[in-house]
Write a protein of this length. Structure first.
Length: 477
């Protein structure tokens, strides 16, 4: 069972000002000045649990990357707390050096995921050259303790199969009479204050919160199974509300980040289609080293040598972990694709910062006999065209980018412009709920199928026993 000791709490003394290149030496007992590098996820969480109520530290800005439309906004005062009556500005990451110099920043905190170790150290070099310290906040300080047992799912890379693993585990818990409540890693792309705590139980909730395609991809399969999902911005407030209706908190991680809640069992998914990435991406390697259980997924699509390479990494980096293998089973829902010309929609983040050049849609088109995969590039519009130009190695497909209404319209226009017989949709949602398409759609469903190792049902048995005990009184962080 995985348990990281110690509370999420402030630690470290107040430090005087530093010699910053291009400025005079200053020594004062003013608040330490911090910039948090992020992508509208862990950065906000780290602020909430470490800095929000700390009178010795001032977070002067967040920087933003990966997610469009975040820079230029503010982290609102309602979430930032009384020390920040005007909120906190969010600026583009390219402005980091200017921020450090102009705002006399002492420390740059790196707080986003699914980047190479080299990328992290380039960020460190930028911060150091500008005169600041560089810091990563770890699990002991940032994980929140729950009153209910926590089963957490993470991964070594985006697109490894976290979501299907979470769905599989939720089903196993439900079969044993235990009620899981899913808490999803943040995807706050709208009004941050209004999104502080979000509870999804029906499709009406998806409309009420004006959810993006990226959010729907994670939430809809759970709603279809009758499960409640929480997400938002303030993850302690989310946890305390979720605990009221959960036997088990089921943490569904985002990208390859490590959990916000202290897990009693940590299941990490590895991807043999990208062998070696488990050793070279942050914080996926952290997850692999912390894992209680590692699932080598997609063995039905991977080369045996690649599977062996991932297994060797696990043996070296975390020999105590239980190792399982699994398939990602594909099924089609909708008109047959055999002999048809198809335009393929794939999960967007898997292809962008996840680094894959194809996904389940390409695999399904080839496996189930599509006559031709039609290239969307000649007719792609707006931000969809921009993404395809930015990632020229992608196979002929459309990434399901839908971070806002304008991008959703551009996705719709692109798919409608492609001369194909049908849309082969390999995102986890029913796109027809948010797009009006001029051709039929067939959906690709992919589910985890255990193939080898100790069954997950046995490994979660202690979680089930814990869930059947009365919840302890009191809370802690």
């Amino acid at each position: 069972m995985h348990r990281t000791d110690g509370p999420a709490t402030l630690d470290g003394p107040v430090r005087p000002g530093r010699n910053v290149p291009g400025t005079a030496t200053e020594a004062s007992m003013d608040r330490k000045r911090v910039v948090i590098m992020g992508a509208a996820g862990r950065d906000f969480h780290d602020f909430n649990v470490i800095y929000r109520t700390d009178p010795t530290t001032e977070v002067v800005a967040f920087t933003a990357t990966q997610i469009p439309g975040i820079a230029g906004r503010r982290y609102p005062a309602e979430l930032a707390g009384p020390l920040y009556p005007d909120g906190i500005e969010i600026v583009a990451e390219r402005e980091l050096e200017a921020l450090v110099r102009d705002r006399r920043v002492d420390t740059v905190v790196f707080a986003y995921s699914d980047v190479s170790h080299e990328t992290v150290m380039h960020a460190a070099s930028r911060a150091l050259a500008a005169g600041a310290d560089f810091e990563l906040l770890g699990p002991r300080r940032t994980m929140i303790q729950s009153r209910r047992p926590v089963l957490a799912v993470g991964a070594v890379r985006t697109g490894s199969g976290k979501s299907q693993t979470t769905r599989h585990l939720a089903g196993l818990l439900a079969e044993r009479g235990v009620r899981p409540v899913v808490v999803r890693h943040p995807m706050p792309y709208g009004d941050l204050a209004a999104q502080a705590v979000q509870r999804y139980a029906t499709y009406a909730d998806l409309d009420r919160y004006d959810t993006t395609i990226e959010e729907r991809e994670e939430y809809e399969p759970h709603l279809d199974a009758g499960r409640v999902v929480y997400a938002g911005v303030d993850y302690e407030a989310i946890l305390r509300q979720a605990e009221k209706e959960a036997d088990v908190i089921l943490w569904d991680g985002g990208n390859n980040d490590f959990p916000f809640y202290r897990p009693d069992l940590f299941v990490v998914v590895a991807d043999p289609l990208r062998p070696g990435d488990e050793r070279h991406f942050h914080p996926g390697e952290t997850n692999l080293r912390m894992a209680d259980v590692v699932i080598i997924n997609k063995i039905d699509s991977a080369d045996p040598a690649a599977i062996d390479a991932v297994r060797a990494s696990i043996a070296e980096l975390n020999p105590r972990a239980e190792v399982l293998t699994a398939r990602s089973d594909l099924t089609l829902v909708g008109p047959a694709i055999e002999g048809r010309r198809v335009v393929i929609v794939e999960d967007g983040p898997t292809l962008t910062h996840g680094g894959m050049v194809y996904g389940a849609g390409i695999v399904a088109a080839r496996r189930f006999g599509a006559a031709r995969i039609v290239d969307p590039r000649p007719v792609a519009v707006g931000s969809i065209r921009d993404v395809l130009e930015r990632y020229p190695a992608l196979e002929p497909l459309v990434p399901a980018m839908g971070y806002g209404r304008s991008q959703i319209r551009e996705l719709e226009a692109t798919l409608n412009a492609v001369d194909a017989d049908l849309v082969l949709c390999a995102t986890p949602i029913d796109l027809s709920r948010v797009l009006t398409l001029n051709k039929p759609m067939t959906r690709v469903r992919y589910d985890l199928a255990e193939a080898g190792g100790t069954p997950l049902a046995e490994l979660i048995a202690p979680i089930v026993r814990m869930a059947r005990r009365p919840a302890p009184s009191g809370t802690g962080v």
